[in-house]
Design a protein around this ligand. Structure first.
Ligand SMILES: [Zn+2]
Length: 336
């Protein structure tokens, strides 16, 4: 089985030692990835974007990989600033204030008029807006409560591409066919688990993430659009590494680390559901190329159906399926 130019349209590469430790986990198998800007402080100037990209390229070493950079959304961004930074970024990521790791400086209200100058400038410059769509409500309802904000933004800014990041609910999946300018990324883990897998038995800290995994009917809705390669849906791992001690503690950090096993497990999932390879190819690359208008590096990943025992950790970060066997292995990777 061969996948061409796989893309991860939602990735956390972190910074410093963690960046050095995990960058190659993605860069080895993926042609490129949308890099999230939630560092401390968040990436919000042209200089910070350029400097972060340089640190990423250094950590990636000789792997063929394009980091598609993003800025951390601020309502104060004006057109002159966005024009000056346009060539350095692929998208801008909006976080509601305080909702996930390092999002304290995010947006508080979602007043359309307050957001209008920045979002209209983005529409004119064709810069997509990626959104972490959760309110501060009850944890199982946060994403569904955010749906009305997605609808308000989609209606008010019809020329803005809005990407609903890491959707976890049927409510969000249903919005894809309601608004022309709404798109979505879906993670690997939200295609595989529900809240039962996280907290139904012994608590599984390595499956704890934001947005939290939801109900079986939500997972079914995500599977339906992903497996059918709905043209507005892209793979975005939201692979989010934390050191083992930050996960296996009394204050468990949110995030699932899937980068090193994502393509292998997706291959197994699509095969087990009897879906053609073209669907997987569209989900992991083709749809994203069209939505973002990007041309990735021509990397080909060959997978074979040989059992792979997932390591217990990658440089101190515990992956999904640690110490378990998965059905597919990476056979080889070519780049021309
Ligand atoms: Zn994320």
């Amino acid at each position: 089985m061969q996948l061409n130019a796989p893309l991860d349209m939602h990735l956390h590469l972190r910074d410093g030692e963690m960046l050095e430790n995990i960058a190659k986990s993605s860069a080895h198998t993926f042609s490129g990835a949308i890099i999230m800007p939630n560092l401390v402080p968040p990436v919000s100037t042209k200089e910070e974007v350029i400097a972060y990209k340089e640190r990423i390229m250094k950590a990636v070493g000789d792997e063929a990989f394009i980091p598609y950079m993003t800025l951390f959304f601020k309502p104060s961004y004006d057109k002159a600033f966005l024009e000056s930074v346009r060539d350095e970024i692929t998208a801008i990521k909006l976080y509601p204030a305080g909702i996930t790791t390092n999002s304290e400086g995010g947006v508080i209200g979602f007043d359309v008029e307050e957001l209008r100058p920045a979002l209209e400038a983005m529409s004119e410059l064709n810069i997509p807006l990626c959104v972490h769509g959760e309110t501060n409500g009850f944890i199982m309802d946060r994403e569904a409560e955010f749906a009305s904000i997605y609808e308000r933004l989609a209606a008010a800014f019809p020329d803005l591409k809005i990407i609903m990041e890491h959707i976890t609910t049927k409510t969000s999946a249903d919005l894809l066919d309601k608004y022309e300018n709404l798109y979505a990324t879906i993670t690997l883990h939200h295609l595989l688990i529900t809240l039962d897998d996280v907290a139904g038995g012994m608590l599984k800290p390595h499956l704890f993430c934001k947005p939290i995994a939801k109900r079986p009917e939500d997972r079914e809705a995500l599977l339906k659009v992903a497996l059918s390669a709905h043209p507005k849906v892209m793979f975005g791992s939201d692979s989010a590494p934390h050191p083992k001690h930050a996960k296996e503690s009394c204050g468990c950090a949110a995030g699932v680390f899937t980068a090193p096993i994502a393509l292998q497990v997706l291959a197994e999932l699509f095969e087990s559901e009897n879906r053609p390879l073209e669907n997987l190819q569209s989900f992991v690359s083709g749809n994203a190329q069209k939505i973002y208008d990007v041309t990735p590096l021509n990397k080909t990943v060959s997978l074979e159906k040989t059992t792979f025992k997932v390591p217990s950790d990658y440089n101190g970060v515990v992956p999904m399926y640690a110490d378990e066997e998965i059905a597919y292995s990476i056979k080889d990777i070519t780049y021309d």
